[in-house]
Design a protein around this ligand. Structure first.
Ligand code: AMP
Length: 306
């Protein structure tokens, strides 16, 4: 079975939403991605944690098909992100980004990671994303996520990393900021000219849009009775998207397969937003995922007019 190499943050998050506040709970792009993608295939994680990171959490990840041989223990504190959301949960306001052990992190992939066919360059400094990609010998499918922090601070390095990818999976506001295009069809053209054939635009509670060489494909967000915290939804989406594709490794990357992958991404993300942190992700099973996939099918089913 194919496995996925992911690089991203392992973090403490301090989060405030209209529905509550949590201080220094576990988070990070690599964590959310790995817990989501490992529902489909084994994941090999590249990251760095500080001395303050709980061993129990690392043990828990290991028990869930997540290889941590590429996770370093740095001398210092774990990455810490603080953010706030208003009633528009689609827009996070960053209050603080303390890179800590990431300031000096030099990723070195264990030999057992280097033949991976699927790579996810999660939200982290673009030069780190590149260093990881350069160490994978012959990747078949590379996807990338990023955020405003890196678009503002390291745009050129980010575009260079993007040019090496098959797919970019970022949210709508970030697509606009990155391409300086308001319209998503125009923005998709700009990104596809840089190299990737595929752009997946995440639109928070409004769903996601897939752009490739043909007509776009749209999935709505699932209307949920309870939404508490959108943090990590994007990484969880990417985990479902890439995880599903990797689980179908021997099939060709058809448009039909990509569409199903976008639905799986939406399914997984819909669990994350129901609670703070990894609350719902840790309770997941394949049965729950398939049951919610069927709800997405119903959500969008309508008949052709004769
Ligand atoms: P999202 O899926 O976009 O909501 O990602 C949320 C996660 O990204 C949080 O758990 C944060 O720890 C992490 N994060 C926030 N800012 C950054 C950053 N600048 N670099 C890497 N990870 C970050």
């Amino acid at each position: 079975m194919s496995s996925i190499v992911v690089v991203g943050s392992m973090a403490f998050d301090t989060i405030e939403t209209p529905f509550g506040k949590q201080d220094k709970i576990l988070g990070g792009s690599a964590n959310y991605f790995s817990l989501s993608a490992s529902q489909f295939v084994p994941v090999k994680c590249v990251s760095v944690v500080g001395q303050d990171f709980p061993k129990e959490h690392l043990d828990l990840l290991k028990s869930r098909n997540i290889d941590l041989a590429g996770v370093r223990h740095g001398d210092g504190d774990t990455f810490h992100w603080s953010g706030r959301y208003g009633y528009d949960l689609n827009e996070a306001q960053t209050l603080g980004t303390e890179l800590n052990v990431f300031e000096t992190f030099e990723p070195e992939l264990p030999e057992s990671y280097r033949d991976a066919k699927y790579v996810f360059l999660g939200n982290i400094a673009p030069p780190l994303q590149m260093k990881v990609l350069e160490q994978v010998r012959k990747p078949q499918f590379v996807a990338l996520d990023s955020m405003n922090f890196w678009i503002e601070g390291q745009r050129d390095a980010l575009i260079k990393a993007i040019s090496k990818c098959n797919a970019v999976v970022i949210n709508e506001g970030e697509v606009r900021q990155l391409t300086e295009k308001y319209n998503m069809v125009d923005a998709a053209q700009v990104i596809r000219k840089w190299g990737p054939q595929i752009l997946v635009v995440k639109r928070g509670e409004y769903g996601a849009v897939l752009f490739d060489h043909g007509d776009p494909f749209c999935v709505p967000g699932l209307p949920l009775a309870e939404v508490k915290d959108p943090t990590g939804a994007g990484d969880t989406f990417a985990g479902g998207f890439v995880g599903f594709l990797a689980s179908q490794a021997n099939t060709s990357l058809s448009r039909e397969l990509l569409r199903r992958a976008v639905v799986y991404g939406s399914v997984l993300a819909s669990f994350t937003v129901q609670d703070f942190g990894f609350g719902e992700l840790l309770k997941l099973s394949r049965e729950k995922i398939e049951e919610r996939y069927r709800r997405f099918v119903e959500l969008t089913r309508f008949t052709r007019v004769a």
